[in-house]
Ligand binder design. Sequence first.
Ligand code: FES
Length: 226
Amino acid sequence: MSIHDLVAEKQPESFVFSAENEALIKKIIAKYPKGKQASAVMPLLDLAQKQNDNWIPMKAIEKIAELLGMARIRVLEVASFYTMYNLKPVGKFFLQMCGTTPCMLRGSDDIARCIKDKLGIVSGESTEDGKFSVLEVECLGACVNAPIVQVNDDFYEDLDYDSMEVLIDSLSNNTPLPLGSVKGRSGSQAETGPTSLIKMKSKSAKLKSSIKSKKVSVVSAEKARS
Ligand code: FES
């Protein structure tokens, strides 16, 4: 793959961080020990992407390299390695669809099918109206609630064909569904609700009541003796 496949053909002539981001950048760089400023490359790429409609132009790569004293190619290496960075324009809603084993076993193929049916696009493509882009990615780190689709910075979990359809409609109407599990699971709790803690709770209630009744019988015996 050449650099031309990786980056947008049409590039802006300049890129300048906003005053607000300049101030943030100073704070971010100050977090790292002297001589280790290059470690700030990822948050700076993220800032550039957020400032520029969800993609990073080459002029921003150059700017970040200059700010961190890095070779441009080192910044580009990082930006092109992680799928969360876009080096080409993407749709308003960038769908990162996990296709790794746990999500695949829990139905990620149905999610891809739904996206194709509803939006007419497959991984690497965008809708003509520029509203949606989709990319199949590796594990998003939320396997316990698989299958997962990340929409820009937000995770939608426990999806299936039908709920993906509802999610796409909600995004199209600019009224996105609440984040997290579409089944309403709290965190990564079992689908049947909490079990082990409930058992612990009932055990501790039994223990408390047996201690209480023992205390009562000791007090009554003492009273009887006196
Ligand atoms: S495999 Fe999909 S989130 Fe981990």
